[in-house]
Design a protein around this ligand. Structure first.
Ligand code: F6R
Length: 240
């Protein structure tokens, strides 16, 4: 795993944006795997700026998101559909039929997981996958204990994850109990992975990631087995 330490969140966001823009510049038909949460917000802001200032064209880019909550209508303020529209898609010209996010309101959730896995096989795998990391080591919504061989599946969110994500809802009770997530095996199919970690709260997770051997109790640890992973971390998340 290549490790890049940057000064702060701003630098991290610019760095990640630059990597994504390089990818698209070299391959106009890139497939991007995208994450949500707090960490990539700055990256998406930079991408929006880049679209205006550098006239980067996203019209042939495909985006595939990692996960979505179960049971919320797409238009709900807390969904990742809403998050992506609000923070990225309204600012760049990704074509509406080339952005993919799991459907958390599908009648048959198991069938939806299978459909999404097939879709990733057909459209992907991502040339570049952006990941954040949970304080418990989760990637996507793959919580500790998830099999490294997992494909897209339904997860029961842990209390710590629901607590951490409550800031995107009016209260913790509003955070859904379940989500659909790409599995760990699915994520590992990506050609290149950039894992972003920022802030003091991620320090322990970063330390475990860098010290540990693959262990299903710390899902991100499997990334050490992938041939092309870059950890981009700011000083707050890296230094003692
Ligand atoms: C989001 C996702 C999660 C987050 C992780 C970190 O799509 O898959 O794994 O990346 O929970 O979240 P933040 O960035 O809010 O600390």
């Amino acid at each position: 795993m290549k490790v890049t330490v940057v000064k702060d969140y701003n630098e991290l966001s610019k760095y990640a944006c630059n990597e994504i823009e390089k990818e698209i510049f070299h391959n106009h038909c890139s497939v991007l795997g995208l994450a949500t949460g707090g960490t990539p917000l700055g990256t998406y802001r930079e991408m929006a700026k880049g679209f205006q200032q550098r006239k980067l064209d996203y019209s042939r880019v495909t985006t595939i998101n990692l996960d979505e909550y179960v049971g919320l209508e797409k238009e709900n303020a807390g969904t990742y559909h809403t998050y992506m529209e609000k923070n990225l898609f309204q600012y760049v010209n990704v074509s509406s039929d080339m952005k993919f996010i799991p459907n958390g309101t599908a009648e048959d959730l198991q069938a939806e997981c299978e459909r999404y896995e097939k879709l990733i096989e057909k459209k992907g795998p991502p040339d570049l996958q952006i990941l954040g990391i949970g304080t418990n080591g989760h990637i996507g919504f793959n919580e500790p204990g998830t099999s490294f061989l997992s494909q897209t599946h339904i997860v029961e969110l842990t209390d710590s994850t629901r607590k951490a994500n409550a800031r995107f809802f009016t209260s913790e009770e509003q955070v859904p109990q379940k989500a659909i997530t790409m599995g760990i095996k699915t994520i590992l199919k990506s050609r290149k992975i950039i894992l972003l970690a920022s802030g003091i709260k991620k320090r322990n997770a970063v330390r475990t990631l860098l010290e540990g051997k693959p262990d299903e109790q710390f899902p991100a640890s499997i990334l050490s087995e992938h041939p092309n992973v870059m950890l981009v971390v700011d000083r707050a998340a890296f230094e003692d």
